[in-house]
Ligand binder design. Structure first.
Ligand code: PMP
Length: 410
C-alpha cells in the first residue's frame, strides 16, 4: 500500500464535505482574447467551445488587453528575457522593478514603495512582519478584511482585536481598552470587494490620531479606479497623507500580477529587511514590472477611463434597480446579486453560462458568509449597452425559471 492509498479516504472525505455543502469549485476554462474583452470563449467539459461574455473579471478596466501595456511586456521580454532570475537581493532587482517602485511611491505620494509577488503576499508579508518591528503590537482588524490580511495578522502572533465591520464605535471601544503606550495598528480595506461598500477612512484616521495608531489600508479594489490619478479611495478623498501604509495590487485594475505597499521610507526599509514573504522568493519577471509600470502610468493620466467605468457600473445598477433584483446597491463598481444559497447560486451560474453565454462565477463560503452566496458582477468600460441588454434578458428568463423573488436588498 502506498502512502497515498493510506490517506486517500481522508482527502476524498474533505472534498466530499465541500461538495455536500454546495461549494465545490468548478473552474471555468476560458480563453481570453486580446481586443475582444469581455467577450471570450469557454471550453465546456474540454469538448465544446462556446462564446461567452465575462461579467466577473477583476481586470476591471480591461488593462490586461491594453495595446500599450502588451507592447511594454513584449519589448521587455525581448530586451530582458523571461524570469528575473533571483530574489530581489540576489540578482532579481532590475531597472523595471526600481522604476515601478518609484512610480508607485509617487502614485500614493509616499517616499517609498515595495513590490511583492502578489497582493496576497504583500498583505501577508507586511502585516506578519509588523510585530517583529513593534514588539507588543496590538493589531485592530476589520472583521471583513481579506483572507491575506487575516493570515498576516495571525502570523504576526501578537495581540489582535477584530472590530465590527466599518463600526467606529466598536473600533474606538477596542482602542480605548488597549494600554495607551502600547503600539497599535488599524488594518482595513477601502473598497470591500464582496459587499461593495467603502470604509469611513477619514473617521478611522481620526481615531488612529486620537489613540496613536498606525493605519494600514488595503486598496486592492480601488487602485487605478478611484482618485484623480488612480491612487485609490484615499486619494479621491484627499486622505493619502493620513494613511501610513497603503497596500495595492497590480493584478486587478492594472491588468498584470504583483502587489505592493507604499509608505514612508523607514517603514518600507524595515519591511524590506525583515519580511520573509519578500526576502525569500523570486521577484516578479522584468516584463511584468514593465507592463505594470506602463499600466500605472497610463491610468495616472486617463481619468476618463475611471469615469467610463463608474458610468457602466451605474448603468448596470440602474437596470437591476428597475428590474427589482436583490442586489447590493453600493457606491462602488462592484454589483453583487444576492442568491443566498450555494446550490442555487451554482445552478443559476451554470444556467447563465450554458444557456446564454453569460459568465458570472458563484461566490460561496468561505469567500462570503454562508447564506449570503451571490453572483458578483463587475462591469468594465468595455461592457457595451448590447452586452447589458443580453445580460438583462438572460437574467429575466433565469429568474423566472428558478422562481426567484424580485426585491431590493437594503
Ligand atoms: N486584498 C483583497 C481585498 C483582495 O480581494 C485580494 C484578491 N482578491 C487581495 C488582497 C490579493 O490580491 P492579489 O490577487 O493581487 O493576490
Amino acid at each position: 500500500m502506498t502512502n497515498v492509498t493510506r490517506y486517500r479516504d481522508q482527502f476524498q472525505a474533505a472534498v466530499d464535505t465541500v461538495r455536500q455543502e454546495g461549494r465545490y469549485r468548478i473552474f471555468r476554462d476560458i480563453r481570453r482574447k486580446k481586443g475582444a474583452f469581455p467577450r471570450a470563449t469557454w471550453f465546456k467539459d474540454n469538448l465544446e467551445e462556446k462564446n461567452i461574455t465575462v461579467w466577473c473579471s477583476n481586470d476591471y478596466l480591461g488593462m490586461g488587453q491594453n495595446d500599450c501595456v502588451v507592447e511594454a511586456v513584449k519589448s521587455a521580454v525581448d530586451a530582458a528575457g523571461t524570469g528575473s532570475g533571483g530574489t530581489r537581493n540576489i540578482s532579481g532587482t532590475t531597472r523595471y522593478h526600481v522604476q515601478l517602485e518609484e512610480e508607485l511611491a509617487d502614485l500614493h505620494d509616499k517616499s517609498a514603495s515595495l513590490v511583492f509577488t502578489s497582493g496576497y503576499v504583500a498583505n501577508e508579508a507586511a502585516l506578519s512582519t509588523m510585530s517583529k518591528i513593534l514588539p507588543g503590537l496590538h493589531i485592530l482588524s476589520d472583521e471583513m478584511n481579506h483572507a491575506s490580511m487575516i493570515s498576516g495578522i495571525r502570523n504576526a502572533r501578537t495581540h489582535k482585536h477584530i472590530f465590527k465591520h466599518n463600526n467606529l464605535a466598536d473600533l474606538e471601544a477596542k482602542l480605548k481598552a488597549i494600554p495607551a503606550d502600547a503600539p497599535k495598528l488599524i488594518a482595513f480595506e477601502s473598497v470591500y470587494s464582496m459587499d461593495a461598500d467603502i470604509a469611513p477612512i477619514a473617521e478611522i484616521c481620526d481615531l488612529a490620531d486620537k489613540y496613536n495608531a498606525l493605519t494600514y489600508i488595503d486598496e486592492v479594489h480601488a487602485v487605478g479606479m478611484y482618485g484623480p490619478r488612480g491612487g485609490g479611495v484615499s486619494e479621491q478623498r484627499g486622505l493619502m497623507d493620513r494613511i501610513d501604509i497603503i497596500q495595492g495590487t497590480l493584478a486587478k485594475a492594472y491588468g498584470m500580477i504583483g502587489g505592493y505597499i507604499a509608505a514612508d521610507k523607514v517603514i518600507v526599509d524595515a519591511i524590506r529587511s525583515l519580511a520573509s514573504g519578500f526576502i525569500f522568493t523570486t521577484s516578479i519577471p522584468p516584463s511584468t514590472a514593465a507592463g505594470a509600470l506602463r499600466s500605472v502610468r497610463i491610468l495616472k493620466i486617463t481619468p476618463e477611463v475611471r469615469s467610463q467605468h463608474q458610468e457602466r457600473a451605474n448603468s448596470l445598477k440602474a437596470r437591476f434597480r428597475a428590474a427589482g433584483y436583490p442586489f447590493i446597491d453600493g457606491d462602488t463598481h462592484i454589483v453583487p446579486l444576492m442568491i443566498g444559497d450555494p446550490v442555487k447560486c451554482q445552478a443559476i451560474s451554470d444556467r447563465l453560462i450554458e444557456g446564454y453565454g453569460i459568465y458570472a462565477q458563484p461566490i460561496n463560503y468561505p469567500t462570503v458568509p454562508r447564506g449570503t452566496e451571490r453572483l458578483r458582477f463587475t462591469p468594465s468600460p468595455f461592457h457595451s449597452d448590447v452586452m447589458l441588454d443580453e445580460l438583462m434578458s438572460a437574467l429575466s428568463q433565469v429568474w423566472a425559471e428558478f422562481e426567484l423573488p424580485r426585491e431590493k436588498v437594503a
